[in-house]
Design a protein around this ligand. Structure first.
Ligand code: FES
Length: 247
C-alpha cells in the first residue's frame, strides 16, 4: 500500500502536563506511608481476622512451627517481591535516590555501577521471589473463597467482594511481571512451528506482554487495595463499622 505524506510524518510525542518531580514525590509519599503502616502491623498487631475474612497481611495463618511475629512470617516474601520488582526499582531509584530523578535530568552521583554491587545486585533474585509470590497467591485465593462461606453456607458480604477484588488485582500484578514474561517467552529464538504458524508459546507471550504494558498500574492499584482490604477488616474487628451482607 502506498504511503501518504501524512503517514511519513514523525509521530507527535505526547506532552506531559505534570512537572517531572510529581511522580517521584508521589512514590516517596505512597511507599513511605505504606512502609510505616506495614511496620505498625508488624510490631503492634498480632492478628488480622474477622470471622471468615482474613487480612492479606496475615495470610497464611499456619506457620508450621516457625516462631516469628505473624506479620513478619507473612510479609517477607511479598515485600521482597515488590522491593525487587523492575517497576518499583525504577520508581525507588527516581523517588528515593534521585538517580536520576527523571528522564533527561542529570545523575546526582559521580559513578554509576548499575546493580552490580551489594545490596542492589540482590534485586536479581526477583525471578525467584516470583515463585514464592505465586505460592502466597494460592493462599490468598483460598482466603477469598472462604470469604464467601458464612457458617458453612454460601453468602456474599461487602468484605467477600473486597477480598475477591484484592486477590484479582494481586494476580494481575503477579502475572504481568517482567520475570513471568521472560519465563513464558524468553530464551526462544523461534516462535513459529515448522509450518510457519505461531506457536502456543508465542500466543501466550503476546498475551503476557499486553498485561505487562500495564504492570505499573497493577503495581500501584494492587498495593493500595491490599492496604484498603486490611483497613476494612481491621475496622470490622474493632466494631467501628459493620459488614454489609448482600446474600
Ligand atoms: S517486574 Fe514487577 S513484579 Fe516482577
Amino acid at each position: 500500500m502506498a504511503q501518504t505524506a501524512e503517514s511519513l510524518q514523525p509521530t507527535k510525542r505526547k506532552s506531559h502536563s505534570l512537572p517531572y518531580w510529581v511522580e517521584p514525590t508521589f512514590t516517596v509519599v505512597a511507599l513511605g506511608l505504606f512502609g510505616l503502616y506495614t511496620l505498625w502491623l508488624v510490631f503492634f498487631q498480632s492478628s488480622g481476622q474477622f470471622h471468615n475474612y482474613l487480612s492479606p497481611f496475615f495470610s497464611p495463618t499456619e506457620s508450621w512451627g516457625i516462631k516469628v511475629l505473624p506479620a513478619i512470617w507473612v510479609l517477607w516474601s511479598p515485600l521482597l517481591f515488590r522491593a525487587t520488582c523492575y517497576y518499583y526499582r525504577k520508581e525507588i531509584y527516581r523517588g528515593f535516590f534521585h538517580d536520576p530523578v527523571s528522564c533527561a535530568v542529570p545523575e546526582s552521583r559521580k559513578y554509576y555501577f548499575g546493580e552490580t554491587r551489594f545490596p542492589f545486585n540482590w534485586a536479581n533474585l526477583h525471578r525467584w521471589f516470583w515463585y514464592v509470590a505465586v505460592i502466597v497467591l494460592v493462599f490468598l485465593w483460598i482466603d477469598a473463597v472462604q470469604a464467601f462461606i458464612f457458617n458453612g453456607h454460601f453468602g456474599i458480604g461487602l468484605g467477600s467482594i473486597i477480598m475477591l477484588i484484592n486477590v484479582s488485582l494481586l494476580t494481575a500484578y503477579t502475572f504481568s511481571c517482567h520475570a513471568f514474561r521472560h519465563l513464558i517467552g524468553g530464551g526462544s529464538q523461534k516462535f513459529s512451528c515448522s509450518d510457519g504458524r505461531p506457536t502456543t508459546r508465542y500466543k501466550w507471550w503476546n498475551r503476557v506482554s499486553t498485561w505487562n504494558e500495564n504492570h505499573g498500574t497493577y503495581a500501584w492499584v494492587s498495593m493500595f487495595f491490599v492496604w484498603f482490604t486490611d483497613v476494612y477488616i481491621r475496622l470490622l474487628m474493632n466494631g467501628v463499622i459493620h459488614d454489609v451482607r448482600f446474600f
